[in-house]
Design a protein. Structure first.
Length: 226
């Protein structure tokens, strides 16, 4: 109900995160949430921030993206993540090296699947010849793509591939350094660069009384720390 109300309140869009095996975080499948909200809204941009790529078959995920873009009338935005922490990938018996390998190769597969009518890929984990996905995305050549992270190398990777980039919950100085790295990498690769390509995640609490809103924020922050 809050997500639907967000459209009436003038919000631009909603991004859904993906988390696994954490009590209280009910978002193991953000693409299902997008499909549900898309049927009850008509303007909101709907996205992931982001799908944990190493946990998927990338060709299958590309098919979901294309379908969601059609179902939402071209409102989809795609976010990629390598995972929120070792607790997730260790729980399913995956190593850190495998996680990084699958993430990097998944980016190649998904980009090709979304932007090319037919593609061939031969990597360490996946092999395809003349593969095509249907339907095609409504937004051409592909829906906007995001990457999340908290490091300069990740920001540079996103910029070099033409992805938008989101970070959060770190100091303003660290944000400035990371955003600068993304902007420089995007410009060097010939992609769009600047504030429109960047997202900052923050916890925001709103109340009719400023003092009560501040108290809510402090209480929530203390609970997160414990």
């Amino acid at each position: 109900e809050q997500w639907v109300q967000a459209e009436a309140n003038g919000f631009e869009g909603i991004f859904f995160s993906e988390h696994h095996f954490v009590p209280g975080r009910f978002s193991p499948s953000p693409n299902l949430l997008i499909a549900a909200v898309a049927t009850r809204t008509g303007r909101l941009r709907l996205g992931t921030m982001g799908n944990v790529l190493p946990f998927y078959e990338p060709w299958r995920l590309a098919e979901e993206y294309a379908m969601l873009d059609q179902l939402s009338g071209g409102r989809l935005e795609i976010g990629f993540s390598s995972g929120s922490g070792p607790m997730e990938w260790r729980a399913i018996g995956m190593s850190g090296d495998t996680l990084r390998e699958r993430f990097a190769e998944s980016l190649e597969v998904i980009d090709a699947a979304l932007t090319q009518p037919e593609f061939t890929h031969h990597g360490r984990h996946w092999h395809f010849d003349k593969l095509c996905i249907a339907p095609r995305p409504r937004q051409q050549p592909a829906p906007p793509r995001w990457m999340t992270g908290m490091s300069v190398p990740t920001a540079r990777l996103a910029g070099s591939r033409g992805y938008k980039f989101s970070t959060g919950f770190i100091s303003r100085e660290a944000v400035r350094t990371i955003f600068t790295a993304h902007t420089e990498a995007a410009r060097a690769a010939g992609f769009a660069a600047g504030p429109e390509q960047l997202g900052l995640r923050r916890l925001v609490y709103v109340d009719d009384e400023g003092s009560r809103g501040a108290q809510l924020a402090h209480t929530a922050r203390d609970r997160l720390r414990t």
